[in-house]
Design a protein. Structure first.
Length: 341
């Protein structure tokens, strides 16, 4: 063994010496794993830091926002000289210094534009997002690729955690417990990159670093169990955490067989959707948005997108032939059958 290799082995065994003696620990399983951290904000920074220190083999960080001064009270991978720079890029530089044995990949992009191959190769996905729209998309792709998703959110003194094991436990669409209006808010003002892209500035929501740490600790713990193959110990309930009274509330969340994302009995494929031929396409889309809780959907028939301002009768749609519903919220189009009334 060369002296350089010897040094790496020594560094390695010293570095992890206190965790490898823990019950059920298998450092090799960590090294062979890839964790995807969606969002490099408060929760994402903490997750990425934890997995880096513990020696997960590969960490993929996806965020297209930039560092803002208002992030510095909690997003501990960033400092003042990073303001204005890409969060994912800075996170990679900092994490590589903390543990050179871990492969860090950074993608300065909206996760919805990330190459699917990258998502297919991960063992577990950490939800560190603060946008409801993107979170719904992440839930939908996690279910369609059958990847465990560890969801968490924070709001001031409160936090929540839910583990989604696709087709085994409830997904985020099965029983949404947090009002959509709240989830839609951002927990910090978006950085410049996001303001330019989204052309909106939303009101900041309160966020406390210690709440993030409690919530992120549980989130990482659950991911760790999945990596170590301790699935029977994985959190089965939805946790609501109230840090102002130091209270944890556990809620049972059942799978919804009619869930549009993970339900076995897809409501749209099972049922006909009533339309009138004189109806404007936009009216049909609005009804679907309400029914499915989507932001804004579009309809596709025989490969052509239906024009919002046209009427249903402008297209010769045959009953029982599939019409597809697409939305930025969904990874895959939903199939629908028109029933003319
Ligand atoms: Zn579901």
């Amino acid at each position: 063994m060369g002296s350089k290799n010897k040094l790496i082995v020594m560094r390695y065994s010293d570095r992890y010496s206190r965790q490898i003696i823990a019950d059920n620990w298998d450092q090799r399983k960590l090294e062979e794993s890839t964790v995807l951290v969606a969002g490099a904000g408060s929760l994402g920074c903490l997750s990425a830091l934890n997995f880096t220190l513990m020696g997960v083999g590969r960490i993929v960080i996806v965020d297209y926002d930039t560092v803002e001064v208002s992030n510095l009270n909690r997003q501990l991978l960033f400092s003042e000289e990073d303001v204005g720079k890409s969060k994912s890029v800075i996170a990679k530089i900092k994490l590589e210094k903390l543990n050179p044995l871990v492969k860090i990949e950074a993608y300065n992009t909206d996760i919805r534009n990330l190459n699917r191959k990258i998502l297919r190769d991960v063992q577990v996905i950490i939800d560190g997002l603060d946008s409801f729209e993107v979170r719904r998309w992440l839930n939908s792709i996690a279910v369609s690729l059958n990847k465990p998703l560890i969801h968490a959110g924070v709001y001031g003194w409160w936090g929540n955690i839910q583990v989604i094991l696709p087709h085994q436990t409830a997904c985020l669409e099965c029983q949404p417990l947090i009002p959509k209006s709240r989830l839609q808010q951002y927990c910090s003002p978006p950085g410049r990159a996001r303001v330019v892209k989204e052309k909106t500035v939303s009101k900041p929501t309160p966020i406390i670093n210690t709440t993030c740490m409690v919530v992120s600790g549980i989130q990482c713990q659950e991911a760790l169990k999945i990596i170590l193959g301790l699935r029977e110990n994985v959190l089965k309930e939805y946790i609501f955490y109230d840090g102002s009274h130091e209270k944890f509330t556990y809620m049972k969340v059942d799978r919804n067989p009619e869930c549009i994302i993970c339900g076995e009995k897809n409501i749209l494929e099972e049922r006909d959707f009533a339309v009138t031929s004189s109806e404007i396409v936009r009216q049909v889309e609005d009804r679907l948005n309400i029914l499915l809780g989507l932001e804004s959907c579009k309809l596709i028939y025989k490969g052509k997108m239906l024009n919002d301002d046209s009427k249903i009768q402008d297209y010769t749609i045959i009953e029982n032939e599939p019409v597809y519903v697409i939305s930025r919220d969904l990874d895959k189009p939903l199939k629908l059958r028109f029933k003319f009334v």
